[in-house]
Ligand binder design. Sequence first.
Ligand SMILES: CC(C)(COP(=O)(O)OP(=O)(O)OC[C@H]1O[C@@H](n2cnc3c(N)ncnc32)[C@H](O)[C@@H]1OP(=O)(O)O)[C@@H](O)C(=O)NCCC(=O)NCCS
Length: 144
Amino acid sequence: MRIRFIPSNETHELRQRVLRPAQTIAEMEWTFDRAEGSFHLGTEKDDELIAIASFLREPCEQLPGKLQYRLRGMAITAEHQGQGVGAALLRSGLEHLHQLKADLVWCNAREGALGFYGKKGFIAQGSAFIIEGIGLHHLMYRTL
Ligand SMILES: CC(C)(COP(=O)(O)OP(=O)(O)OC[C@H]1O[C@@H](n2cnc3c(N)ncnc32)[C@H](O)[C@@H]1OP(=O)(O)O)[C@@H](O)C(=O)NCCC(=O)NCCS
């Protein structure tokens, strides 16, 4: 398995398949994907992309820190979940954020992924909220 930086358009297929099957590929391009400083990581196995995560230069007003990053679109293919792939990908992203001297990373965590982020040192802030068509989310963050 190999983790590498990928261009944002390479995330689209897995974003749609794992996270937003009801949406079109065209909708998989997100604000801040191409903002200066944003980066995307992918895990490859046998030349196939099996996991993605995007670290976007998108600030969150409710949280402190000058150099904030948003972790967005973290997705592991169904057959590779629960095998440490997400943990390894997140670890790589956090290492790079340290090199960039980022202060904080935040995400809107799906209810079903709260346990994963909690294990990785993220703290929930405020009450749960609904993102239409997807479900309950919590704002979570981790200082670096
Ligand atoms: C959530 C997700 C990113 C986690 O990645 P993963 O590769 O499956 O997780 P890992 O195998 O690396 O697990 C790391 C640790 O978190 C735990 N964990 C993983 N998913 C969990 C979950 N949904 N709830 C609670 N704990 C979880 C594991 O048990 C493991 O614990 P350990 O360190 O004590 O062994 C992945 O399952 C996924 O893509 N899910 C579907 C899409 C999704 O919900 N993305 C997040 C959007 S906010």
